[in-house]
Design a protein around this ligand. Structure first.
Ligand SMILES: Nc1ncnc2c1ncn2[C@@H]1O[C@H](COP(=O)(O)OP(=O)(O)OP(=O)(O)O)[C@@H](O)[C@H]1O
Ligand SMILES: [Mg+2]
Length: 297
């Protein structure tokens, strides 16, 4: 197997709350191979979103503790993502990184922006919120195309944007290009979001419950779209979902999280047949989806 594109080791995230310090990601380790999809399952509040936001340098909220290692390897160059934070995060003798919130935003801009977008980007649920309501879909998409291809002249940028809109199977690309988010349906907005994310040609895509809130038929289409586009482009993805069937369809390897920890690591093939499933929570997920649970471990 080739070297992982992303390696997360022993990631810990804690927040200071009124009830004291709360550990919400508790020693999470995983890796993503180039061109592969890692599926992330887990109950609400188990730390799926925060684990992936940490990779993107986007941990929200009040100061807390972030520790562990995040390594992104692109073209043989290793980026140690948490190591790039010394200006905003002080490291204690125990190896903890303490975040200074005021400088965090500026740091994200300065240190992470060059990676963010080109190297990695995200598609979140609720595209209407993620899309800029004051910019047309086309203007946002053109921006992505320009990021990936600064050399292109204006008409070529537009041509490429229109091509992306047809690749995500939006009918009448010129009309969608000129539309604002509020003029489109939820499913259309999600397709537009996917086009905007993929047009940056990121090496690693984070999709955080990208089908939540869409109706069943549209969900199916979006999942198939991801499958098709990723296979064609050989992009790596972390795909978070509550829907085990979606995850099994897209991912080769799957992690299951619970209360900030990874409780199961398995291949999608093994999960499909229930082979070697260890954690009761994983068994519950399989049962709920009418999948075989295999022998009790
Ligand atoms: N800024 C914050 N301050 C304090 N606690 C937070 C903050 N952000 C997230 N949390 C808590 O961290 C835990 C993990 O959150 P996270 O969003 O990663 O869960 P999740 O697995 O993505 O859940 P869901 O499936 O509902 O999206 C939750 O209990 C959440 O309430
Ligand atoms: Mg989440």
């Amino acid at each position: 197997m080739s070297e992982p594109m992303l390696t997360v080791r022993d990631l810990v995230i804690e927040f200071d709350t009124q009830a004291g310090r709360r550990r919400v990601v508790d020693g999470v380790s995983f890796s993503v191979q180039p061109g592969e999809v890692l599926g992330i399952l887990g109950e609400s509040g188990s730390g799926k979103t925060l684990s992936t936001l940490a990779v993107l340098g986007l941990i929200p909220g009040r100061p807390g503790v972030v520790s562990g290692e995040i390594e992104l390897t692109l073209d043989g160059v290793r980026h140690k993502l948490l190591e790039t934070l010394p200006a905003v995060v002080t490291r204690s003798a125990q190896g903890e990184y303490r975040k200074d919130d005021r400088r965090w935003g500026r740091m994200v801009n300065r240190q992470m922006r060059p990676l963010w977008g080109r190297a990695m980007t995200a598609v979140f649920q609720n595209p209407k919120q993620s899309l800029d309501p004051l910019m047309t879909i086309g203007a946002q998409l053109d921006e992505s195309v320009r990021l990936a291809h600064p050399e292109l002249a204006r008409p070529d940028v537009r041509a490429r944007s229109l091509d992306w809109l047809s690749r995500v199977k939006l009918h009448n690309p010129p009309r969608v290009h000129a539309s604002y988010a509020h003029e489109l349906s939820g499913g259309m907005c999600q397709r537009a979001m996917i086009a905007i994310a993929l047009a940056r040609e990121p090496r690693l895509l984070v999709a955080d419950e990208p089908t939540t809130g869409l109706d069943t038929t549209v969900r199916q289409e979006i999942v198939e779209l991801f499958h098709e586009l990723l296979a064609a482009e050989r992009r790596a993805m972390m795909y978070i979902s509550h829907d085990i069937r979606e995850v099994l369809f897209l991912a080769r390897e799957v992690i299951v999280m619970r209360a900030g920890k990874i409780v199961e690591v398995a291949t999608a093939d093994d999960l499909r047949t229930g082979t070697g499933v260890r954690h009761p929570y994983t068994r519950t997920l399989l049962q709920a989806a009418d999948l075989p649970v295999g022998e009790a471990a």
